[in-house]
Design a binder for this molecule. Structure first.
Ligand SMILES: [Fe+2]
Ligand SMILES: [Fe+2]
Length: 233
């Protein structure tokens, strides 16, 4: 049976067990509970998400969850793509393989939440964020790889910042706990990408470029979009 004809999942008695099992596999668990996130100092972001975004997110949690699933899958894909593109950079291999595994586990966790809420997993229109950020990547090496790593670092940072907002303000206990469980992982992914980039250029040059990209990210995250997205204004 084609996927889109499959019956919708209905919340059942095993709902919590499936979600808990997915969370336990993630390797992130409740570490997020104690993780203090300072958007500027820890995540290198130069803007904060507005309360209007949280209001929009709360108004369409189904769409937000669906977009979140796609975000996790894309995060895994971006890491795997780097593994294929840069096999000669040995230092990238284990950290990015581990990161991709964790993103795929997050993807499975979001799928469990979608199923438990009877939301069909399907394709949705992406917002402008990812493509606009990727357009900032320079062409020549090693600048190209540096930029790809730093762009991924900023995407992780923005996800982390917004998971914190959602954890505190989503108004749904189960989802709040889920978002809180992801916080530390995404902050760690941010650090992994920044540390990998620091293997390619001096720290001072890296900080200058990271700041430049963060300033552009602050503009891009505000781009309007007609649907709720994890990474749209
Ligand atoms: Fe993730
Ligand atoms: Fe991540």
């Amino acid at each position: 049976m084609p996927d889109n004809l499959a019956p919708r999942a209905v919340p059942g008695p095993d709902r919590s067990a499936r979600i808990d099992a997915a969370r336990d596999r993630s390797g992130c668990g409740s570490r997020g509970l104690a993780f203090a996130v300072d958007s500027a100092a820890v995540l290198h972001l130069v803007s904060s998400t507005s309360s209007e975004w949280l209001d929009r997110a709360r108004s369409d949690l189904d769409e937000l969850l669906l977009d979140h699933a796609h975000c996790e899958k894309k995060a895994a894909g971006a890491a795997v793509k780097l593994l294929f593109s840069y096999p000669h950079h040995r230092f990238l291999q284990e950290p990015l393989a581990e990161l991709a595994e964790e993103e795929l586990e997050h993807f499975r966790q979001v799928l469990a939440h979608l199923d438990s809420r009877g939301i069909r997993y399907e394709t949705i229109r992406p917002g402008p964020y990812g493509m606009a950020l990727r357009a900032l990547v320079r062409r020549d090496e090693p600048e190209r790889l540096v930029d790809m790593l730093l762009v991924s670092a900023l995407i992780e940072a923005r996800s982390c910042e917004r998971f914190r907002l959602l954890a505190e303000g989503v108004g749904d206990t189960e989802l709040a706990s889920f978002y809180e469980s992801l916080l530390a992982c995404e902050a760690r992914h941010h650090r992994v990408y920044v540390d990998l980039a620091s293997r390619l250029i001096p720290r001072e040059a890296l900080e200058v470029r990271l700041r430049e990209l963060a300033e552009r990210e602050a503009e891009i995250i505000g781009l309007p979009f007609d649907r709720v997205r994890m990474h749209a204004g």
